[in-house]
Design a protein around this ligand. Structure first.
Ligand code: DP6
Length: 422
């Protein structure tokens, strides 16, 4: 190690996307290494709308590893954080910053402490896979700081040990997490199926659904499912392997009807095995069910799927529209059926890519009030509109993978003290 009076701070800032599974991961065969019982496939969401930014720093003046999430200090003692830190430190290489006169030999990384600051550009508690983006970003930024030689796929096997779904956030576009066969988990990693430009017609609208109760965490929910569900084995061994092959083919061919059928039926089956868990787990609520009904009725009326839906371990709906025109019609339907409470303005009710609102011809709340029922929902449960069941909508699209933010203005830690910027 070198540098004047050992006062130096070296840091890296990176940004990593979140992802939504269209063929779900649910169930582990190894709880510590986080090895799944089936392959899964996800779509990476545009980091401009949903991402984690993380700054990692190292200095001989730090006396312990510390981490801040959205400005609040959190503990790094958990086994999952510790696994990621251990795996990365074990692969660290020599690092030299000639300008700053810093030289770190690879053995030094075991003794040096880290400061880590992470920030989500979306509400952390909203159930939007913040841990996937967070853990992936932690691993990716540390790998850059410590000059690891591993590629993103190999890094995904480290991120996996922080949270299973995090391994799929190491790539943009369409990503497959191969469950692997090895006991040590070395082949349980993510691979990119296609990048975000491959199928760029798709538009994604997320309904953040107001939840009344705290949900069962994915970790404990899937553990209970594996132990008690009579259906999970059939899902993992028979159903998912076939769907994975079909989904890869649908993505490659940009075959929307197959993509939508597979995504919807897989989400429904995941929630069915949750219901088959004892005691049962209810992640979707009434609003989620009404959203499904809205999409299913429309798809049926059109004769071919216009929109796919998928739900993770919570009531939020992620809807994937086949193109922009469809997304604009979807948004009209959603705003008609799920209007905001009277004190909410349109600007905060529809966030993300607001150009979809323009396409839908909606400029203000008057336009929302002027929307009329579409033929397929007349006389259905959807005719009962209730305000405030959806907290807000996010319009987004498939997006790119992790990137280093070289411009120091993005850093979340002070370059002199290594403490969070105010
Ligand atoms: C329903 O990755 O959160 O979102 O591995 O225990 O951290 P752990 O679980 P997590 O589970 C995600 C489950 C899911 C489906 C998916 O993302 O594939």
């Amino acid at each position: 190690m070198g540098g004047e009076a050992e006062k130096w701070v070296l840091m890296v800032t990176a940004r990593t996307p979140t992802n939504i599974a269209v063929i779900k991961y649910w169930g582990k065969r190894d709880e510590t290494l986080i090895l799944p019982i089936n392959d899964s496939i996800s779509v990476t969401l545009d980091p401009n709308h949903l991402c984690t930014t993380t700054t990692v720093s190292v200095s001989p003046s730090f006396d312990q590893d510390r981490m801040w999430l959205n400005g609040k200090e959190i503990s790094l003692q958990g086994g999952r954080f510790q696994s990621c830190l251990r795996e990365i430190r074990a692969r660290a290489q020599d690092v030299e910053d000639k300008k700053k006169g810093i030289k770190i030999n690879k053995e030094d990384w075991q003794k040096l402490n880290l400061h880590i600051a992470s920030y989500n550009n979306f509400p952390t508690a909203a159930g939007l896979a913040s841990s996937a983006a967070g853990l992936a970003c932690l691993v990716f930024s540390l790998a850059k700081l410590m000059n690891l030689k591993e590629d993103n796929s190999q890094l995904s096997a480290i991120a996996r040990q922080g949270s299973g779904s995090a391994c799929r956030s190491l790539y943009g576009g369409f990503v497959k997490w191969c469950m692997g066969k090895e006991e040590n988990g070395s082949d349980s990693l993510a691979v990119q199926l296609a990048d975000e430009k491959h199928w760029d017609d798709l538009v994604i609208i997320i309904a953040v659904v107001s939840a009344r109760q705290k949900e069962t965490s994915s970790t404990s929910g899937m553990r209970d499912t594996v132990v008690t569900s009579a259906l999970i084995d059939h899902r993992a061994k028979e159903v998912v392997p076939k769907r994975i092959v079909e989904m890869e083919d649908a993505i490659q061919k940009k075959d929307f009807p197959s993509f939508a059928r597979l995504a919807c039926t897989d989400s429904n089956q995941f929630h069915a095995v949750c219901l088959d868990t004892y005691p049962p787990i209810f992640y979707m609520n009434d609003t989620s069910h009404r959203i499904i009904s809205c999409v299913e009725k429309w798809n049926r009326a059109e004769g071919t799927p216009q929109v796919a839906y998928t739900f993770d371990a919570g009531p939020n709906a992620v809807m994937i529209a086949r193109d922009r025109k469809t997304a604009a019609s979807l948004l009209q339907r959603l705003l008609y059926n799920f209007p905001p409470q009277s004190d909410v303005d349109l600007d905060s009710y529809v966030i993300g890519d607001k150009s979809i609102l323009q396409d839908a011809g909606i400029k203000d709340m008057k336009d929302v009030e002027g929307l009329t029922a579409t033929p397929e929902v007349k006389d259905s449960i959807l005719s009962e509109k209730s305000k405030g069941d959806v907290s807000y909508f996010i319009c987004t699209r498939p997006g790119g993978g992790p990137v280093v933010l070289a411009d120091e203005s993005h850093a979340l830690l002070d370059s002199v003290t290594g403490l969070p910027n105010a």
